[in-house]
Write a protein that binds this ligand. Structure first.
Ligand code: NAI
Ligand code: 15L
Length: 273
């Protein structure tokens, strides 16, 4: 596949979308933007609801002219009633993949989440890092929709030859804000590095990768991400002393502290996580 240059960014108005709008152009990408909401200062951004099949067909058809790949960030990004998750994340992601197939877009980078496998026990002591092959163990309807998205990506590769990289993102924010995040944090700069690797690596078929920085307290294995050419540069450790002093060490007897998904495993999920 020739190196992609023009990339459709869905969910471009959101937190991660805003960070990637700032960071990805430095890699030489020309971004086309799509979101449910208008984006201030971006009059050319396409406003469309991915859950609406006719809208997404029109939007993607318009956005796809000259587009080499899609980074799919759009969707509900926290737990919500199943009906809402069903529309935005499950139906919406299907609509996007179907439109991409129809328009011949060769690759999608799908923003999956640690919550697709959130009930996986986090490593303790000398336990090995969580492998990328760990079975789906969603911790919420939200996590269930990300597990669906990964399976959808596999299906479109097997059936239609549409390549995907499913990035199981840990926590991608400017800085870690909890003790758990010390283990799953991905700096925005490393996020851009990982998306760039996912867009440019050869022959990815459908590859699932974990999305974190090179954290000292890492819980999961980054081998498949590194195999794409990802070389993380950041580490959450400089925040460790302050966060542990404020919040205490993780308690293995607390189920939210004992699982990858943190407080998303609680019923109902407890914020903040
Ligand atoms: P966000 O909630 O800030 O942004 C999501 C964007 O998607 C919003 O701008 C929203 O308007 C748009 N959207 C929602 N439903 C839509 C629909 N039906 N059609 C079109 N657009 C729609 O979330 P954030 O943090 O930017 O995350 C981006 C993606 O990455 C999400 O898919 C999220 O699940 C995933 N992710 C993010 C993580 C993080 O740490 N930020 C961690 C793991 C996954
Ligand atoms: C996610 O999947 C969410 O989209 C994000 O807002 C954070 O909650 C992140 O996971 C996390 O686990 O910290």
């Amino acid at each position: 596949m020739p190196a992609p240059r023009t990339v459709l960014l869905t969910g471009a108005a959101g937190g991660l979308g805003t960070l990637m709008r700032e960071l990805l152009p430095a890699y030489g990408y020309e971004l086309r933007l799509l979101d449910l909401r208008p984006i201030e200062g971006e009059p050319d951004a396409i406003v469309a609801d991915l859950a609406d099949r006719d809208a997404v067909r029109e939007a993607v058809r318009e956005a796809v002219r000259g587009v080499d790949a899609i980074i799919h960030l759009a969707g509900i990004s926290l737990e919500a009633p199943f009906e809402k998750i069903l529309g935005a994340n499950i139906v919406g992601t299907h609509h996007l993949y179907e439109a991409a197939r129809e328009e011949g877009v060769p690759r999608i980078v799908f923003a999956s989440s640690n919550h697709a496998v959130g009930f996986t026990p986090r490593p303790q002591g000398d336990d090995p890092l969580i492998p990328v092959e760990t079975p789906h163990r969603p911790d919420t309807f939200y996590g269930l929709s990300k597990a669906f998205g990964e399976d959808l990506a596999q299906f479109y590769w097997d059936k239609h030859g549409l390549e995907s990289v499913s990035v199981r993102i840990g926590s991608c924010f400017a800085e870690p804000t909890s003790v758990r995040m010390l283990s799953v944090w991905m700096s925005p700069a490393d996020g851009a590095r990982l998306f760039h690797a996912a867009l440019t690596a050869e022959d990815v078929g459908h590859t699932v990768v974990h999305g974190s920085s090179a954290n000292t307290r890492l819980w999961w294995d980054l081998t498949s991400a590194r195999a794409l050419g990802y070389a993380p540069q950041d580490d959450s450790e400089p925040w460790a002393e302050k966060l542990i002093a404020e919040q205490g060490e993780l308690d293995p007897e607390n189920i939210a502290h004992a699982h990858l998904g943190g407080h998303f495993v609680s019923d109902p999920p407890i914020w903040p996580y």
